[in-house]
Design a protein around this ligand. Structure first.
Ligand code: PLP
Length: 371
């Protein structure tokens, strides 16, 4: 067409765009006439020799698409793993034999159990700390190899002073990781606050639809981060901690709406938290003022808390979080759950349903259980 100028090519980086736009735009093929708009789902175990990847335990284009989008949101380089726990194990591979890990009293129970088992085998030492007490955490850092942080914590929703703790660890040469599953990169970016590593249970908010188990680790973009990234990739390949391409494709599809889902879930959570606080059947509500998880203790026993979870009609009694549907669980029903978690505590992962329907359902269940 005469008179039309060829448009300038799009900039390769999208870092100038807001996270909401990057979530939608990243992890796609470069635009060209006829190129596919949807991200590729590549199912292959191997590749024709002499290309960029040789064998699919080492690389997959669907992983790369997801990693590009997640890495951009966290401000680093992402690697997808077969589960959150595979990501945890990959991070723990940085701890030398006989090393020391500083960890909150009550982080996600899988972390407590895996560290406890390794400590029992004499592989490492664990120092448990009150994560809300900066002085206590800093005092535990002497001679430590890894500071494990989770904020908000699961399920007590305790908040760590990340900038203070991360800078104290850096001064002492202690590697740091933040489990950012509860906050998501839209509410908190630990690398920008000074963390060396971020990990996620992608199973939760990032994928958001209760249909995949996946994990991720994100490294910083500096030289040290690149070296850690290479080491983590090696761990993923050699230990086979790899993600299924289909699960990764689903996770990327879910990630596209994270900002919209989270906005609604957070608004619902703020409303429910306020109402739970004054509910006659509730003795304590934990809600950090952001995010979409609330933990509350009912005026009654563990058995009565179980009745709440069993009575709700919309809210699902199930052991996960971060999905479109609202989920509830009495956490101490899990054998590995730390004793710091009260037996009558219910964790509520607020979804995107109508908030009045949710409230009617919860209010009814709490009244039935505490009558
Ligand atoms: N970290 C947190 C905060 C979690 O809640 C979970 C799972 O519940 C994990 C890690 C482990 O992730 P996954 O279940 O994907 O292995």
């Amino acid at each position: 067409m005469r008179g039309m100028t060829t448009p300038e090519p799009q900039p390769a980086s999208h870092e100038d765009l807001t996270p909401a736009t990057r979530i939608v735009a990243l992890g796609r093929e470069e635009r060209a006439p006829g190129s596919q708009v949807g991200a590729p789902l590549v199912l292959t175990s191997t590749y024709v020799a002499d290309g960029p990847a040789n064998y699919a335990r080492n690389g997959n284009p669907t992983w790369s698409a997801f990693e590009e989008a997640l890495g951009s949101l966290e401000g680093g380089d992402a690697l997808v793993f077969g589960s959150g726990m595979a990501a945890v194990a990959a991070v723990l591979s940085f701890v030398p034999v006989g090393g020391t890990v500083v960890v909150p009293h009550a982080p996600y129970s899988g972390v407590v159990v895996t560290l406890g088992e390794r400590a029992a085998r004499g592989e490492l030492t664990v120092r448990h700390v009150e994560v809300t007490d900066v002085d206590e955490v800093v005092a535990a850092l002497d001679g430590a190899d890894l500071l494990w942080l989770e904020s908000p914590t699961n399920p007590l929703l305790e908040i760590a002073d990340l900038p203070a703790l991360l800078s104290a660890a850096r001064e002492r040469g202690v590697l740091t990781v933040v489990d950012n599953t509860f906050a998501t990169p839209l509410l908190q970016q630990p690398l920008a606050l000074g963390a060396d590593l971020v990990m996620h249970s992608v199973t939760k908010y990032l994928s958001g639809h209760s249909d995949v188990i996946l994990g991720a680790v994100i490294t910083t973009r500096d030289e040290a981060g690149q070296a850690r990234n290479a080491r983590l990739q090696r761990h993923r390949s050699l230990y086979g901690a790899i993600a299924g391409p289909f699960e990764t494709w689903l996770a990327l599809r879910g990630l596209r709406t994270l900002h919209v889902r989270l906005e609604r879930a957070c608004a619902n959570a703020a409303t429910l938290a306020e109402r739970l606080t004054t509910h006659p059947g509730v003795t304590r509500t934990r809600y950090p003022g952001f995010g979409a998880i609330i933990s509350f203790e009912i005026d009654g026993s563990a058995e009565q808390a179980e009745v709440v979870a069993a009575t709700t009609r919309i809210v699902v009694n199930s052991t996960s979080l971060g999905a479109v549907e609202t989920q509830i669980e009495r956490r101490r029903r899990q054998p590995g759950e730390p004793e710091a978690v009260p037996v009558n505590l219910l964790r509520l992962s607020v979804g995107i349903e109508d908030v009045e329907d949710l409230w009617a359902d919860l209010d009814h269940a709490i009244r039935v259980a505490t009558a």
